[in-house]
Design a binder for this molecule. Structure first.
Ligand SMILES: [Zn+2]
Length: 478
């Protein structure tokens, strides 16, 4: 398996340090709802984790919550909540969103506010070794004490001075513009903890170093996050961690995902162009959202478009139908095994999910062709489901049937559509097709009220009708 390592700037053979792959992914700052750009990152790392598990590795996955931070403090004071009440609410929402997107839970979700002793221990160690210094009540990391600073983001310290002034505004007297805060003096009314440097709170970067060291040890196998975290966040994490432990590397493989864009711009809170996970899930299934995210390479930027999600929705339906249709009694579908090979080859090449998905679609076509010819397709379908699960696709048929089955059967009998009882049980799609047909007949007879009633009743069940020239298509809206 080859993985692109941001640190070396090339694809490298993946060799973890032990039996268990240690994985750390930077988590959210819970001060607002999770948007689809966050979801993209967690879906991607979820798939990487699932694929490692599929390959037989055990994975220990740690992801933090930055639950104390300037943005949380500002938002809490606006809304009249305490910082912990505010963070707690958005953390709960985060878990709901991720569960709805079928993202597996991390093994540990450490929170900054619950890891203060470890954070203080690391800062004190850095001060003792001369890698950090106190200035007023603040403590800064001394970047000039760490010669490898800039290696991850491929920058030279001497070029960074001007840029740094924008990153770190003002503060106490720092020795160098690039020095960054490990501990910040608390202002009155802010959350604060006792420390050797007076009451205060941790800076953002130090928490990830402390948590990673505490839960995964001195070296992790994979450290991940969005490309916007490479500098300064991950650069600072390396400096803090390696300076503290004296062990290099802090992370064997640095993985960074491209960012979600809306039109030409990065999707971000400050630009106000966010689509929340909740909004996306009101319109599309988790399978559709995941297929959309995974349809491009994880290192590339991805542009959110309705067309893209519609296409992903149709793809998800195609896979689901192939996974659950009825086959014949003939000999098994030939050649199903080659798709597993294509899938793993694609995933082994730096998690090329787009090609892995192409293999799934071809397998689905093969299943349909084989079923039409009367082959038995059970093994091929099992294969499709297993590979789909690696991508976190549920391809769940029951929900659809459970959600709408009873409703459409009731509508059909009200409207006097005659069907065998057995048929009613089996084929929900067929019944919906007949209801759509019935509506078309009403429209032909200009019985608009009756036609609209069918449309409205179907809409209540989550089935949306779209009239195109020539025919009406329906889709299950969730
Ligand atoms: Zn982090």
């Amino acid at each position: 398996m080859k993985i692109y390592n941001t640190f070396s700037g090339r694809k490298e053979e993946f060799t973890p340090g032990g039996d268990t792959v240690k994985m750390y992914v930077c988590g959210v700052t819970p001060y607002s709802e999770c948007h689809i750009g966050h979801a993209m990152s967690y879906i991607l790392f979820d798939v990487i984790r699932r694929y490692l598990e599929f390959c037989g590795y055990r994975v220990k996955y740690v992801q933090n919550f930055t639950d104390v931070d300037d943005k949380i403090i500002a938002r809490a004071s606006q809304s009249g909540l305490s910082t912990s009440e505010l963070a707690e609410g958005f953390i709960a929402q985060y878990f709901l969103d991720m569960a709805a997107l079928n993202v597996k839970r991390a093994d540990v979700y450490p929170r900054a506010t619950e890891e203060i002793p470890k954070i203080i221990e690391v800062i004190a160690g850095l001060v003792e070794k001369g890698h950090a210094y106190q200035a007023g009540g603040d403590v800064y990391f001394r970047v000039r004490s760490f010669p490898r600073y800039g290696k991850l983001s491929h920058r030279d310290l001497s070029d960074m001075t001007a840029e740094a002034c924008r990153v770190e505004k003002g503060g106490n007297e720092k020795e160098h513009a690039m020095d960054f805060a490990l501990w910040k003096t608390a202002k009155p009314g802010e959350p604060q903890w006792e420390s050797p440097w007076g009451p205060g709170r941790p800076g953002w970067h130090i928490e990830c170093s402390a948590m990673s060291l505490k839960y995964l040890g001195e070296t992790v196998d994979i450290h991940g996050g969005g490309q916007d975290l490479i500098f300064p966040h991950h650069e600072n994490e390396i400096a803090q961690s390696e300076a503290f432990t004296g062990v290099s590397p802090f992370a064997r493989y640095w993985l960074h995902n491209g960012l979600m864009q809306l039109g030409e711009e990065k999707m971000s809170k400050s630009l106000g162009n966010l689509i929340t996970v909740k909004e996306a899930l009101e319109r599309y299934s988790a399978d559709a959202i995941r297929l959309f995210v995974l349809s491009s390479h994880y290192r590339s930027p991805l542009t959110y478009t309705e067309d893209g999600l519609e296409a992903a929705h149709r793809g998800a339906v195609r896979l689901r139908l192939a996974a659950h249709r009825k086959g014949g009694n003939g000999p098994p579908a030939p050649q199903a095994a080659i798709y597993r090979q294509r899938f793993t080859q694609a995933m082994d090449d730096d998690f090329n999910t787009a090609q892995a998905i192409a293999a799934l679609f071809d397998l689905a076509s093969e299943i349909n062709r084989a079923a039409d010819e009367g082959h038995s397709i059970k093994d091929a379908q099992r294969e499709l489901m297993e590979l789909a699960r690696v991508l976190g696709l549920a391809l769940e048929p029951k929900k659809f049937r459970k959600d709408v089955g009873g409703g459409v059967v009731a509508m059909a009998s009200q409207l006097g559509i005659n069907m065998e009882k057995d048929e009613l049980q089996r084929d929900v799609s067929n019944i919906i097709g007949q209801l759509v047909e019935k509506r078309a007949e009403h429209r032909k007879r200009r019985e608009w009220a009756l036609a609209d009633k069918i449309r409205a009743q179907l809409a209540e069940l989550g089935i949306v009708l779209e009239d195109t020239p020539g025919r009406t298509i329906w889709r299950y809206g969730r």
